[in-house]
Design a protein around this ligand. Structure first.
Ligand SMILES: Nc1ncnc2c1ncn2[C@@H]1O[C@H](COP(=O)(O)OP(=O)(O)OP(=O)(O)O)[C@@H](O)[C@H]1O
Length: 527
Protein backbone atom coordinates (compact mmCIF):
# COMPACT_ATOMS: atom_id res chain seq x y z
CA UNK A 1 0.00 0.00 0.00
CA UNK A 2 1.43 3.39 -0.95
CA UNK A 3 1.36 6.52 1.21
CA UNK A 4 -1.83 7.86 -0.39
CA UNK A 5 -3.75 4.64 0.32
CA UNK A 6 -2.65 4.68 3.96
CA UNK A 7 -3.82 8.26 4.41
CA UNK A 8 -7.18 7.41 2.79
CA UNK A 9 -7.63 4.38 5.11
CA UNK A 10 -6.85 6.41 8.21
CA UNK A 11 -9.18 9.15 7.02
CA UNK A 12 -11.96 6.59 6.45
CA UNK A 13 -11.43 5.07 9.91
CA UNK A 14 -11.51 8.50 11.47
CA UNK A 15 -14.82 9.26 9.72
CA UNK A 16 -16.32 5.91 10.86
CA UNK A 17 -15.17 6.57 14.44
CA UNK A 18 -16.64 10.07 14.32
CA UNK A 19 -19.97 8.75 13.01
CA UNK A 20 -20.02 6.01 15.66
CA UNK A 21 -19.28 8.51 18.40
CA UNK A 22 -22.10 10.74 17.14
CA UNK A 23 -24.46 7.79 16.98
CA UNK A 24 -23.46 6.65 20.48
CA UNK A 25 -24.15 10.08 21.86
CA UNK A 26 -27.50 10.25 20.07
CA UNK A 27 -28.49 6.78 21.40
CA UNK A 28 -27.39 7.72 24.89
CA UNK A 29 -29.53 10.86 24.71
CA UNK A 30 -32.50 8.84 23.46
CA UNK A 31 -32.02 6.21 26.19
CA UNK A 32 -31.72 8.95 28.78
CA UNK A 33 -34.89 10.61 27.52
CA UNK A 34 -36.74 7.24 27.47
CA UNK A 35 -35.57 6.46 31.00
CA UNK A 36 -36.66 9.88 32.19
CA UNK A 37 -40.00 9.43 30.44
CA UNK A 38 -40.42 5.98 32.01
CA UNK A 39 -39.70 7.34 35.47
CA UNK A 40 -42.14 10.21 34.93
CA UNK A 41 -44.72 7.76 33.52
CA UNK A 42 -44.39 5.38 36.45
CA UNK A 43 -44.55 8.26 38.90
CA UNK A 44 -47.61 9.69 37.15
CA UNK A 45 -49.27 6.25 37.10
CA UNK A 46 -48.58 5.79 40.83
CA UNK A 47 -49.89 9.30 41.50
CA UNK A 48 -53.04 8.66 39.49
CA UNK A 49 -53.63 5.38 41.32
CA UNK A 50 -53.11 7.10 44.64
CA UNK A 51 -55.54 9.88 43.68
CA UNK A 52 -58.02 7.25 42.45
CA UNK A 53 -57.70 5.34 45.72
CA UNK A 54 -58.19 8.52 47.76
CA UNK A 55 -61.25 9.53 45.70
CA UNK A 56 -62.65 6.00 46.06
CA UNK A 57 -62.14 6.06 49.82
CA UNK A 58 -63.67 9.54 50.02
CA UNK A 59 -66.74 8.40 48.15
CA UNK A 60 -67.22 4.92 49.61
CA UNK A 61 -65.95 5.55 53.12
CA UNK A 62 -66.71 9.20 53.55
CA UNK A 63 -67.64 8.84 57.21
CA UNK A 64 -64.34 7.22 58.12
CA UNK A 65 -62.45 9.79 56.02
CA UNK A 66 -64.24 12.66 57.73
CA UNK A 67 -63.46 11.13 61.13
CA UNK A 68 -59.77 10.73 60.28
CA UNK A 69 -59.66 14.30 58.92
CA UNK A 70 -61.34 15.70 62.02
CA UNK A 71 -59.00 13.82 64.37
CA UNK A 72 -55.93 14.93 62.40
CA UNK A 73 -57.11 18.54 62.33
CA UNK A 74 -57.82 18.48 66.07
CA UNK A 75 -54.40 17.00 66.82
CA UNK A 76 -52.75 19.59 64.58
CA UNK A 77 -54.47 22.65 66.07
CA UNK A 78 -55.22 21.73 69.69
CA UNK A 79 -52.71 18.99 70.47
CA UNK A 80 -53.02 15.33 71.51
CA UNK A 81 -53.87 15.96 75.18
CA UNK A 82 -57.17 17.71 74.51
CA UNK A 83 -57.92 15.09 71.85
CA UNK A 84 -57.34 12.25 74.34
CA UNK A 85 -59.45 14.02 76.97
CA UNK A 86 -62.40 14.57 74.61
CA UNK A 87 -62.09 11.01 73.23
CA UNK A 88 -62.02 9.55 76.74
CA UNK A 89 -65.01 11.62 77.87
CA UNK A 90 -67.00 10.57 74.81
CA UNK A 91 -66.14 6.89 75.36
CA UNK A 92 -67.19 7.13 79.01
CA UNK A 93 -70.46 8.89 78.13
CA UNK A 94 -71.20 6.21 75.53
CA UNK A 95 -70.51 3.46 78.06
CA UNK A 96 -72.79 5.06 80.66
CA UNK A 97 -75.53 5.53 78.05
CA UNK A 98 -75.20 1.86 77.08
CA UNK A 99 -75.45 0.74 80.70
CA UNK A 100 -78.38 3.02 81.55
CA UNK A 101 -80.45 2.62 78.37
CA UNK A 102 -79.19 -0.21 76.19
CA UNK A 103 -82.15 -0.09 73.79
CA UNK A 104 -82.02 3.68 73.23
CA UNK A 105 -78.24 3.55 72.89
CA UNK A 106 -78.43 0.82 70.28
CA UNK A 107 -81.11 2.64 68.35
CA UNK A 108 -79.40 6.02 68.18
CA UNK A 109 -75.72 5.20 68.35
CA UNK A 110 -74.76 1.56 68.86
CA UNK A 111 -75.93 0.23 65.54
CA UNK A 112 -74.04 2.90 63.56
CA UNK A 113 -70.85 2.24 65.47
CA UNK A 114 -71.28 -1.52 65.12
CA UNK A 115 -72.01 -1.28 61.38
CA UNK A 116 -68.93 0.87 60.91
CA UNK A 117 -66.74 -1.48 62.90
CA UNK A 118 -68.14 -4.63 61.26
CA UNK A 119 -67.56 -3.17 57.82
CA UNK A 120 -63.91 -2.47 58.56
CA UNK A 121 -63.07 -5.43 60.71
CA UNK A 122 -65.26 -8.22 59.37
CA UNK A 123 -67.15 -7.82 56.12
CA UNK A 124 -64.76 -5.54 54.24
CA UNK A 125 -61.85 -7.86 54.98
CA UNK A 126 -63.38 -11.30 54.98
CA UNK A 127 -66.46 -11.20 52.76
CA UNK A 128 -64.52 -11.49 49.45
CA UNK A 129 -62.84 -14.64 50.78
CA UNK A 130 -66.16 -16.10 51.96
CA UNK A 131 -67.83 -15.33 48.64
CA UNK A 132 -64.96 -16.93 46.76
CA UNK A 133 -64.93 -19.99 49.02
CA UNK A 134 -68.72 -20.37 48.62
CA UNK A 135 -68.46 -20.25 44.83
CA UNK A 136 -69.97 -16.79 44.56
CA UNK A 137 -67.32 -15.27 42.32
CA UNK A 138 -67.12 -15.36 38.55
CA UNK A 139 -63.86 -16.25 36.83
CA UNK A 140 -63.03 -15.02 33.36
CA UNK A 141 -61.93 -18.25 31.67
CA UNK A 142 -59.89 -16.29 29.07
CA UNK A 143 -57.39 -15.18 31.71
CA UNK A 144 -55.00 -17.89 32.91
CA UNK A 145 -55.16 -18.59 36.63
CA UNK A 146 -51.88 -17.98 38.36
CA UNK A 147 -52.20 -18.39 42.10
CA UNK A 148 -49.16 -17.70 44.22
CA UNK A 149 -49.50 -18.63 47.85
CA UNK A 150 -47.18 -17.10 50.35
CA UNK A 151 -46.78 -19.34 53.36
CA UNK A 152 -44.95 -16.83 55.52
CA UNK A 153 -47.96 -15.71 57.53
CA UNK A 154 -51.75 -16.01 57.42
CA UNK A 155 -52.17 -12.34 56.66
CA UNK A 156 -49.59 -12.29 53.89
CA UNK A 157 -51.08 -15.51 52.58
CA UNK A 158 -54.54 -13.95 52.43
CA UNK A 159 -53.20 -10.88 50.69
CA UNK A 160 -51.31 -13.04 48.20
CA UNK A 161 -54.42 -15.09 47.43
CA UNK A 162 -56.53 -11.96 47.07
CA UNK A 163 -53.96 -10.44 44.72
CA UNK A 164 -53.71 -13.63 42.72
CA UNK A 165 -57.50 -13.72 42.48
CA UNK A 166 -57.57 -10.17 41.18
CA UNK A 167 -54.85 -10.86 38.65
CA UNK A 168 -56.47 -14.06 37.46
CA UNK A 169 -59.62 -12.24 36.33
CA UNK A 170 -61.94 -13.26 39.16
CA UNK A 171 -64.88 -10.89 39.60
CA UNK A 172 -66.00 -10.64 43.22
CA UNK A 173 -69.38 -9.05 44.15
CA UNK A 174 -68.68 -5.60 45.58
CA UNK A 175 -69.63 -4.80 49.14
CA UNK A 176 -72.03 -1.84 49.02
CA UNK A 177 -73.35 -1.31 52.50
CA UNK A 178 -73.38 -2.78 55.99
CA UNK A 179 -76.24 -2.17 58.39
CA UNK A 180 -76.43 -3.68 61.82
CA UNK A 181 -79.55 -4.20 63.92
CA UNK A 182 -79.89 -5.65 67.40
CA UNK A 183 -79.73 -9.19 66.06
CA UNK A 184 -79.00 -9.01 62.32
CA UNK A 185 -76.30 -7.63 60.05
CA UNK A 186 -77.55 -6.65 56.62
CA UNK A 187 -74.71 -6.76 54.11
CA UNK A 188 -75.57 -5.55 50.64
CA UNK A 189 -73.48 -6.73 47.70
CA UNK A 190 -73.66 -5.95 43.99
CA UNK A 191 -73.83 -9.03 41.81
CA UNK A 192 -71.31 -9.38 39.00
CA UNK A 193 -72.47 -10.17 35.46
CA UNK A 194 -73.17 -13.87 35.22
CA UNK A 195 -74.65 -14.18 38.70
CA UNK A 196 -78.25 -14.39 39.84
CA UNK A 197 -79.78 -13.95 43.32
CA UNK A 198 -80.65 -17.67 43.39
CA UNK A 199 -76.91 -18.46 43.43
CA UNK A 200 -76.78 -16.75 46.82
CA UNK A 201 -79.87 -18.66 48.01
CA UNK A 202 -78.09 -21.92 47.22
CA UNK A 203 -74.98 -20.82 49.10
CA UNK A 204 -76.84 -19.51 52.16
CA UNK A 205 -75.88 -22.37 54.45
CA UNK A 206 -72.24 -22.23 53.39
CA UNK A 207 -72.21 -18.47 54.04
CA UNK A 208 -73.72 -19.04 57.48
CA UNK A 209 -70.94 -21.50 58.25
CA UNK A 210 -68.29 -19.10 56.98
CA UNK A 211 -69.62 -16.31 59.22
CA UNK A 212 -70.17 -18.82 62.05
CA UNK A 213 -73.83 -17.96 62.51
CA UNK A 214 -76.84 -20.25 62.46
CA UNK A 215 -78.80 -18.40 59.83
CA UNK A 216 -78.34 -16.31 56.70
CA UNK A 217 -81.29 -14.84 54.86
CA UNK A 218 -80.80 -13.71 51.27
CA UNK A 219 -83.02 -10.81 50.21
CA UNK A 220 -83.28 -9.38 46.73
CA UNK A 221 -82.97 -5.60 47.07
CA UNK A 222 -82.86 -4.72 43.36
CA UNK A 223 -82.15 -6.77 40.22
CA UNK A 224 -78.39 -6.71 40.79
CA UNK A 225 -78.17 -6.16 44.55
CA UNK A 226 -78.83 -8.73 47.27
CA UNK A 227 -78.73 -8.30 51.00
CA UNK A 228 -77.06 -11.09 52.93
CA UNK A 229 -78.64 -10.93 56.36
CA UNK A 230 -76.50 -12.65 58.97
CA UNK A 231 -78.32 -13.49 62.22
CA UNK A 232 -75.93 -12.72 65.05
CA UNK A 233 -78.43 -13.29 67.84
CA UNK A 234 -81.63 -15.34 67.93
CA UNK A 235 -84.46 -13.11 69.13
CA UNK A 236 -86.83 -16.06 69.11
CA UNK A 237 -84.77 -18.23 71.44
CA UNK A 238 -87.11 -17.62 74.36
CA UNK A 239 -90.92 -17.87 74.34
CA UNK A 240 -92.86 -14.86 73.14
CA UNK A 241 -95.92 -13.78 75.08
CA UNK A 242 -99.36 -13.15 73.62
CA UNK A 243 -101.18 -9.84 74.05
CA UNK A 244 -102.95 -9.25 77.34
CA UNK A 245 -106.72 -9.48 77.21
CA UNK A 246 -108.25 -6.03 76.88
CA UNK A 247 -109.59 -4.28 79.91
CA UNK A 248 -113.31 -5.07 80.00
CA UNK A 249 -114.27 -1.56 81.02
CA UNK A 250 -112.09 0.17 78.47
CA UNK A 251 -113.47 -1.64 75.43
CA UNK A 252 -116.20 0.26 73.67
CA UNK A 253 -115.56 -0.67 70.03
CA UNK A 254 -113.62 -3.78 69.02
CA UNK A 255 -110.34 -1.93 68.41
CA UNK A 256 -109.08 -4.88 66.37
CA UNK A 257 -107.76 -4.67 62.83
CA UNK A 258 -108.75 -8.04 61.43
CA UNK A 259 -106.43 -7.56 58.45
CA UNK A 260 -103.47 -8.14 60.75
CA UNK A 261 -103.85 -9.36 64.31
CA UNK A 262 -100.90 -9.98 66.59
CA UNK A 263 -99.75 -13.61 66.39
CA UNK A 264 -96.24 -13.39 67.87
CA UNK A 265 -92.84 -11.97 66.94
CA UNK A 266 -90.72 -12.12 63.80
CA UNK A 267 -87.03 -12.89 63.79
CA UNK A 268 -86.42 -9.16 63.22
CA UNK A 269 -88.01 -8.39 66.56
CA UNK A 270 -91.17 -6.95 64.99
CA UNK A 271 -94.74 -8.03 65.75
CA UNK A 272 -95.91 -10.86 63.55
CA UNK A 273 -99.35 -9.96 62.21
CA UNK A 274 -101.69 -12.53 60.70
CA UNK A 275 -104.76 -11.55 58.67
CA UNK A 276 -108.04 -13.14 59.70
CA UNK A 277 -109.86 -11.56 56.79
CA UNK A 278 -109.05 -10.39 53.26
CA UNK A 279 -106.70 -11.95 50.73
CA UNK A 280 -104.52 -14.66 52.21
CA UNK A 281 -106.60 -15.19 55.33
CA UNK A 282 -107.14 -18.90 54.66
CA UNK A 283 -104.17 -20.46 56.40
CA UNK A 284 -102.50 -23.83 56.60
CA UNK A 285 -100.29 -24.45 59.62
CA UNK A 286 -98.14 -27.57 59.50
CA UNK A 287 -95.92 -28.98 62.20
CA UNK A 288 -94.92 -32.24 63.79
CA UNK A 289 -96.50 -33.24 67.04
CA UNK A 290 -95.50 -30.80 69.77
CA UNK A 291 -94.36 -28.15 67.25
CA UNK A 292 -96.71 -25.59 68.76
CA UNK A 293 -99.54 -25.44 66.22
CA UNK A 294 -102.01 -24.53 68.90
CA UNK A 295 -100.23 -21.34 69.85
CA UNK A 296 -100.61 -20.22 66.20
CA UNK A 297 -104.34 -20.81 66.69
CA UNK A 298 -104.84 -19.33 70.16
CA UNK A 299 -102.61 -16.26 69.99
CA UNK A 300 -104.54 -14.47 67.18
CA UNK A 301 -107.80 -15.37 68.95
CA UNK A 302 -106.52 -13.72 72.12
CA UNK A 303 -105.57 -10.65 70.05
CA UNK A 304 -109.03 -10.58 68.46
CA UNK A 305 -110.77 -11.12 71.81
CA UNK A 306 -112.75 -7.89 71.84
CA UNK A 307 -113.96 -8.51 68.28
CA UNK A 308 -115.10 -12.01 69.26
CA UNK A 309 -116.80 -10.64 72.34
CA UNK A 310 -118.52 -7.91 70.30
CA UNK A 311 -119.79 -10.58 67.89
CA UNK A 312 -117.79 -9.15 64.97
CA UNK A 313 -115.85 -12.41 64.73
CA UNK A 314 -117.67 -15.71 65.17
CA UNK A 315 -115.38 -18.64 65.68
CA UNK A 316 -116.28 -22.22 64.79
CA UNK A 317 -114.10 -25.15 65.77
CA UNK A 318 -113.55 -28.67 64.52
CA UNK A 319 -111.50 -30.63 66.96
CA UNK A 320 -111.05 -34.30 65.97
CA UNK A 321 -108.91 -34.89 69.06
CA UNK A 322 -111.69 -33.45 71.22
CA UNK A 323 -109.11 -31.98 73.58
CA UNK A 324 -107.46 -28.80 72.42
CA UNK A 325 -110.42 -26.67 71.40
CA UNK A 326 -112.62 -28.28 74.03
CA UNK A 327 -110.55 -26.49 76.63
CA UNK A 328 -111.96 -23.17 75.42
CA UNK A 329 -115.27 -24.61 74.24
CA UNK A 330 -117.23 -21.43 75.02
CA UNK A 331 -115.18 -19.44 72.51
CA UNK A 332 -116.53 -21.50 69.63
CA UNK A 333 -120.03 -20.72 68.46
CA UNK A 334 -120.10 -24.02 66.58
CA UNK A 335 -118.07 -27.00 67.59
CA UNK A 336 -117.60 -30.54 66.29
CA UNK A 337 -115.46 -33.53 67.14
CA UNK A 338 -116.62 -36.49 65.04
CA UNK A 339 -116.92 -36.55 61.26
CA UNK A 340 -120.68 -36.12 61.51
CA UNK A 341 -120.37 -33.13 63.86
CA UNK A 342 -117.73 -31.63 61.60
CA UNK A 343 -120.17 -31.89 58.70
CA UNK A 344 -122.82 -30.13 60.82
CA UNK A 345 -120.41 -27.28 61.49
CA UNK A 346 -119.45 -27.01 57.82
CA UNK A 347 -123.08 -27.19 56.68
CA UNK A 348 -124.05 -24.44 59.11
CA UNK A 349 -121.27 -22.27 57.71
CA UNK A 350 -122.34 -22.97 54.15
CA UNK A 351 -125.91 -22.00 55.06
CA UNK A 352 -124.62 -18.61 56.24
CA UNK A 353 -122.52 -18.32 53.09
CA UNK A 354 -125.51 -18.99 50.86
CA UNK A 355 -127.66 -16.54 52.83
CA UNK A 356 -125.03 -13.83 52.43
CA UNK A 357 -124.78 -14.52 48.72
CA UNK A 358 -128.51 -14.01 48.38
CA UNK A 359 -128.46 -10.87 50.52
CA UNK A 360 -125.46 -9.12 48.99
CA UNK A 361 -125.42 -10.29 45.36
CA UNK A 362 -125.37 -7.19 43.15
CA UNK A 363 -125.05 -4.85 46.15
CA UNK A 364 -121.40 -5.15 47.10
CA UNK A 365 -118.33 -7.13 46.06
CA UNK A 366 -117.09 -7.59 49.64
CA UNK A 367 -119.43 -8.19 52.55
CA UNK A 368 -118.68 -5.55 55.22
CA UNK A 369 -117.77 -7.29 58.47
CA UNK A 370 -120.03 -6.22 61.34
CA UNK A 371 -121.96 -7.68 64.26
CA UNK A 372 -124.82 -8.36 61.80
CA UNK A 373 -122.50 -10.09 59.37
CA UNK A 374 -119.59 -11.30 61.46
CA UNK A 375 -116.37 -12.75 60.17
CA UNK A 376 -116.98 -16.50 60.26
CA UNK A 377 -113.66 -18.00 61.30
CA UNK A 378 -113.25 -21.77 61.14
CA UNK A 379 -110.46 -23.33 63.21
CA UNK A 380 -109.92 -26.88 61.94
CA UNK A 381 -107.46 -28.73 64.18
CA UNK A 382 -105.76 -31.93 62.91
CA UNK A 383 -107.43 -31.45 59.56
CA UNK A 384 -105.84 -34.66 58.21
CA UNK A 385 -107.83 -36.76 60.68
CA UNK A 386 -111.04 -35.96 58.81
CA UNK A 387 -109.73 -35.40 55.29
CA UNK A 388 -107.78 -38.66 55.14
CA UNK A 389 -108.15 -40.93 58.14
CA UNK A 390 -111.91 -41.41 58.12
CA UNK A 391 -114.46 -43.20 55.95
CA UNK A 392 -114.52 -42.23 52.30
CA UNK A 393 -118.04 -40.72 52.29
CA UNK A 394 -117.42 -38.39 55.24
CA UNK A 395 -113.99 -37.53 53.88
CA UNK A 396 -115.34 -36.52 50.48
CA UNK A 397 -118.20 -34.53 52.00
CA UNK A 398 -115.81 -32.63 54.27
CA UNK A 399 -113.37 -31.86 51.45
CA UNK A 400 -116.21 -30.70 49.22
CA UNK A 401 -117.53 -28.29 51.86
CA UNK A 402 -114.06 -27.01 52.70
CA UNK A 403 -113.47 -26.32 49.02
CA UNK A 404 -116.68 -24.27 48.86
CA UNK A 405 -115.76 -22.25 51.96
CA UNK A 406 -112.21 -21.55 50.81
CA UNK A 407 -112.96 -20.73 47.20
CA UNK A 408 -116.06 -18.59 47.81
CA UNK A 409 -115.58 -17.48 51.38
CA UNK A 410 -113.13 -14.58 51.22
CA UNK A 411 -115.43 -11.88 49.85
CA UNK A 412 -118.34 -13.21 51.90
CA UNK A 413 -116.49 -12.85 55.21
CA UNK A 414 -115.19 -16.36 55.87
CA UNK A 415 -111.78 -17.49 57.00
CA UNK A 416 -110.52 -21.07 57.26
CA UNK A 417 -107.45 -22.03 59.26
CA UNK A 418 -106.30 -25.64 59.18
CA UNK A 419 -103.66 -27.40 61.29
CA UNK A 420 -101.92 -30.55 60.18
CA UNK A 421 -99.04 -32.80 61.14
CA UNK A 422 -98.49 -34.44 57.78
CA UNK A 423 -98.76 -31.83 55.02
CA UNK A 424 -98.99 -34.16 52.02
CA UNK A 425 -101.56 -33.47 49.31
CA UNK A 426 -102.98 -36.86 50.08
CA UNK A 427 -103.69 -35.84 53.69
CA UNK A 428 -104.88 -32.30 52.94
CA UNK A 429 -106.48 -32.30 49.48
CA UNK A 430 -107.50 -28.65 49.94
CA UNK A 431 -103.91 -27.62 50.63
CA UNK A 432 -103.71 -25.40 47.55
CA UNK A 433 -106.86 -23.54 48.59
CA UNK A 434 -105.19 -22.26 51.77
CA UNK A 435 -102.77 -19.64 50.39
CA UNK A 436 -101.09 -18.53 53.60
CA UNK A 437 -98.65 -21.11 54.85
CA UNK A 438 -96.89 -21.50 58.16
CA UNK A 439 -94.40 -24.30 58.59
CA UNK A 440 -93.41 -25.07 62.17
CA UNK A 441 -90.93 -27.84 63.06
CA UNK A 442 -91.35 -30.68 60.59
CA UNK A 443 -89.64 -34.03 60.48
CA UNK A 444 -88.39 -33.92 56.92
CA UNK A 445 -86.95 -31.45 54.45
CA UNK A 446 -89.54 -32.48 51.86
CA UNK A 447 -92.33 -31.28 54.16
CA UNK A 448 -90.93 -27.74 53.95
CA UNK A 449 -91.49 -27.66 50.19
CA UNK A 450 -94.94 -29.22 50.59
CA UNK A 451 -96.05 -26.51 53.00
CA UNK A 452 -94.23 -23.40 51.81
CA UNK A 453 -93.70 -24.26 48.15
CA UNK A 454 -90.78 -25.06 45.88
CA UNK A 455 -87.54 -23.36 46.71
CA UNK A 456 -88.57 -22.40 50.26
CA UNK A 457 -85.88 -24.53 51.86
CA UNK A 458 -83.22 -23.13 49.53
CA UNK A 459 -84.37 -19.62 50.40
CA UNK A 460 -83.78 -20.17 54.08
CA UNK A 461 -86.90 -21.87 55.48
CA UNK A 462 -85.05 -24.58 57.37
CA UNK A 463 -88.06 -25.82 59.34
CA UNK A 464 -86.73 -29.36 59.63
CA UNK A 465 -83.82 -28.01 61.65
CA UNK A 466 -85.93 -26.25 64.30
CA UNK A 467 -85.08 -27.87 67.64
CA UNK A 468 -87.81 -29.58 69.65
CA UNK A 469 -87.26 -27.07 72.42
CA UNK A 470 -88.38 -24.21 70.15
CA UNK A 471 -92.13 -24.87 70.13
CA UNK A 472 -94.06 -22.19 68.27
CA UNK A 473 -91.10 -21.30 66.02
CA UNK A 474 -91.67 -21.65 62.30
CA UNK A 475 -91.49 -20.02 58.91
CA UNK A 476 -94.21 -17.99 57.25
CA UNK A 477 -94.39 -17.51 53.52
CA UNK A 478 -97.00 -16.54 50.93
CA UNK A 479 -99.22 -13.46 50.33
CA UNK A 480 -97.10 -10.35 50.80
CA UNK A 481 -94.00 -12.05 52.23
CA UNK A 482 -91.13 -12.01 49.71
CA UNK A 483 -88.71 -14.21 51.63
CA UNK A 484 -89.45 -16.92 54.20
CA UNK A 485 -89.90 -15.17 57.52
CA UNK A 486 -88.93 -16.90 60.74
CA UNK A 487 -91.53 -16.30 63.43
CA UNK A 488 -92.50 -17.46 66.88
CA UNK A 489 -96.13 -17.63 67.85
CA UNK A 490 -97.13 -16.01 71.12
CA UNK A 491 -97.36 -18.56 73.90
CA UNK A 492 -100.89 -18.93 75.31
CA UNK A 493 -101.18 -20.65 78.66
CA UNK A 494 -104.15 -22.77 79.77
CA UNK A 495 -105.12 -19.98 82.16
CA UNK A 496 -105.19 -17.47 79.29
CA UNK A 497 -107.44 -19.78 77.23
CA UNK A 498 -109.85 -19.94 80.17
CA UNK A 499 -109.62 -16.18 80.65
CA UNK A 500 -110.33 -15.70 76.94
CA UNK A 501 -113.35 -17.99 77.16
CA UNK A 502 -114.62 -16.10 80.15
CA UNK A 503 -113.98 -12.77 78.43
CA UNK A 504 -115.65 -13.49 75.10
CA UNK A 505 -118.66 -15.19 76.66
CA UNK A 506 -118.99 -12.53 79.32
CA UNK A 507 -118.80 -15.24 81.93
CA UNK A 508 -121.20 -17.66 80.27
CA UNK A 509 -120.80 -19.70 77.09
CA UNK A 510 -122.85 -18.46 74.13
CA UNK A 511 -122.91 -21.36 71.75
CA UNK A 512 -125.12 -22.32 68.87
CA UNK A 513 -126.68 -25.70 69.59
CA UNK A 514 -126.13 -27.39 66.24
CA UNK A 515 -127.84 -30.63 67.29
CA UNK A 516 -130.99 -28.73 68.24
CA UNK A 517 -130.86 -26.76 65.00
CA UNK A 518 -130.52 -30.02 63.04
CA UNK A 519 -133.46 -31.51 64.89
CA UNK A 520 -135.52 -28.40 64.20
CA UNK A 521 -134.49 -28.47 60.55
CA UNK A 522 -135.44 -32.14 60.26
CA UNK A 523 -138.77 -31.47 61.95
CA UNK A 524 -139.48 -28.62 59.50
CA UNK A 525 -138.50 -30.91 56.62
CA UNK A 526 -140.88 -33.65 57.81
CA UNK A 527 -143.71 -31.18 58.29
N1 LIG B 1 -95.34 -20.42 71.18
C1 LIG B 1 -94.89 -21.26 72.10
N2 LIG B 1 -93.87 -20.91 72.89
C2 LIG B 1 -93.41 -21.79 73.81
N3 LIG B 1 -93.90 -23.01 74.02
C3 LIG B 1 -94.92 -23.41 73.26
C4 LIG B 1 -95.46 -22.57 72.26
N4 LIG B 1 -96.46 -23.23 71.65
C5 LIG B 1 -96.53 -24.42 72.24
N5 LIG B 1 -95.62 -24.54 73.20
C6 LIG B 1 -95.39 -25.71 74.05
O1 LIG B 1 -95.17 -26.83 73.21
C7 LIG B 1 -95.99 -27.93 73.59
C8 LIG B 1 -96.73 -28.47 72.37
O2 LIG B 1 -97.57 -27.44 71.90
P1 LIG B 1 -98.88 -27.75 71.04
O3 LIG B 1 -99.81 -28.61 71.81
O4 LIG B 1 -99.39 -26.46 70.56
O5 LIG B 1 -98.26 -28.60 69.88
P2 LIG B 1 -99.00 -29.18 68.63
O6 LIG B 1 -98.21 -28.85 67.43
O7 LIG B 1 -100.44 -28.76 68.62
O8 LIG B 1 -98.89 -30.73 68.93
P3 LIG B 1 -99.99 -31.85 68.63
O9 LIG B 1 -100.20 -31.86 67.16
O10 LIG B 1 -99.37 -33.10 69.14
O11 LIG B 1 -101.23 -31.42 69.38
C9 LIG B 1 -96.95 -27.44 74.66
O12 LIG B 1 -96.68 -28.14 75.83
C10 LIG B 1 -96.65 -26.00 74.86
O13 LIG B 1 -96.34 -25.78 76.22
Amino acid sequence: MNGFGLVALCGGLAVVLWVLAKLGRAFAAIAETLAALAVIGVALWALLRAVGWIVRQLVTRWRSCLAVLAVTAWWHWWGWLSLALVGGTLALATLVWHVVDAVGFDRWCGRWLRAWWLRWAVYGRKLPDWLHACGLTIRDEAVPVDVTVNLVSRRRKREAVAQARQQSGVAVPALLRVRSGPSWDEVQVRLVPGQKPEDFDDAARALATARRVTRVQVREVSPDVVSLDFMRRDLLATPVSCLPLPDLVAVDGTGVDLRGVYAGRTEYGKPWLLPLTGPGAHTLVAGATGAGKNSVMWCPLVSAASAIRAGVVRVSGIDPKGMELAYGRGIFARYGVSGKEALDVLDALIDVLEARKREFAGITRDVPISAENPLELLEFDEIGALTKYTDRKTREAIVERLAILTTQGRALGFGVRGYVQEPTKDTVPVRELLPRRICLRVTSKTHVGMVLGDGAYERGAWANRIPESAAGVGYAWGEGIREPLRVRAGWVSDATVKALENYVTNGGAQVIDLARKRREGNARGTA
